[in-house]
Design a protein around this ligand. Structure first.
Ligand SMILES: Nc1ncnc2c1ncn2[C@@H]1O[C@H](COP(=O)(O)OP(=O)(O)OP(=O)(O)O)[C@@H](O)[C@H]1O
Length: 251
């Protein structure tokens, strides 16, 4: 079933009108078939329209040209697990309560909510921190909470918008590794946005390079490397350098 299409994005274009009523096109004719359980990376420089495209995919933005279709019928935003760069945790709620939030929206019973939240907190290495508040834990831990919350919602589609962008390099490597472990254990269809080439090569089953003005899908890469990938492996470096070259060209 690995090759079944999960999300079909066809001919998506998007433009905004500025204060002088001049239209600026951000996305031009984006076509992506996201496969079931695929780890898809959207790679692009700042302002290349990555967040705009994610808003369209998740249904936060409905004003665009083209179509976004899900293989199992229409979906609302709350049926997609979303992780943003900013942790978006509720500061007045504990770690546990934050993780349970999505499930509450999805109408799960109390016991089931608790079990699911505990399971995913354990997976992200936060057992024992259930009763802490966000201001009592580090940035890396906050992002772990956000990831546990998205997974605990049990949506089969996860969308992550530069989730590790605010973390220091060391924490970032650790989080990338952990995210893959969780994904291996609880397979989902993941769309992961980043502007970091190494992160894309480390994570992606497939990498789509977004660029140009307006942005299109400029290139596609399918890393032929086993996981866990090694940053220093010649194949890793070769692909990294190839993408870096293309990245310059589409800026
Ligand atoms: N609501 C809006 N109104 C007008 N222009 C917008 C709006 N949202 C986004 N844009 C424009 O669309 C372009 C792409 O923005 P977007 O945030 O998607 O980029 P990005 O690739 O996610 O960048 P970054 O990596 O910096 O987050 C930008 O030029 C931005 O100014």
């Amino acid at each position: 079933m690995e090759n079944r299409t999960k999300i079909s994005i066809s001919h998506v274009s998007k433009s905004f009108e500025d204060k002088k009523q001049v239209r600026h096109q951000v996305l031009d004719d984006i076509n992506i078939e996201v496969k079931e359980n695929e780890f898809l990376v959207l790679l692009g420089a700042g302002k290349s329209g990555k967040s705009v495209l994610l808003d369209i995919i998740t249904g936060l933005d409905t004003d665009y040209e083209g179509k976004v279709e899900f293989s199992d019928g229409s979906r609302s935003t709350k049926d997609i697990g979303i992780v943003f760069q900013k942790y978006a945790l509720f500061p007045w709620k504990t770690v546990m309560e934050n993780v349970e939030m999505n499930q509450k929206f999805r109408g799960m019973g109390k016991q089931e909510r608790k079990e699911k939240a505990e399971k995913y907190l354990k997976l992200v290495g936060l057992s024992g921190f259930e009763n802490h508040y966000p201001n009592q834990i580090s940035g890396g831990m906050k992002q772990r909470v956000a990831i546990a919350r998205a997974f605990a919602g049990e949506s089969d589609i996860m969308v992550m918008d530069e989730p590790f962008g605010a973390l220091d390099a060391q924490t970032r490597y650790q989080m990338e590794e952990e995210l893959l472990k969780i994904w291996e254990e609880a397979k989902r269809t993941v769309i992961f946005v980043t502007n970091n080439i190494e992160e894309a090569v480390y994570l992606g089953d497939r990498i789509l390079l977004l660029g140009g003005s307006p942005s299109t899908i400029a290139k596609e890469y399918v890393p032929d490397m086993e996981r866990p990938r090694k940053y220093t492996h010649p194949d890793f470096l070769e692909l990294r350098n190839r993408i870096a070259g293309d990245f310059e060209l589409v800026l």
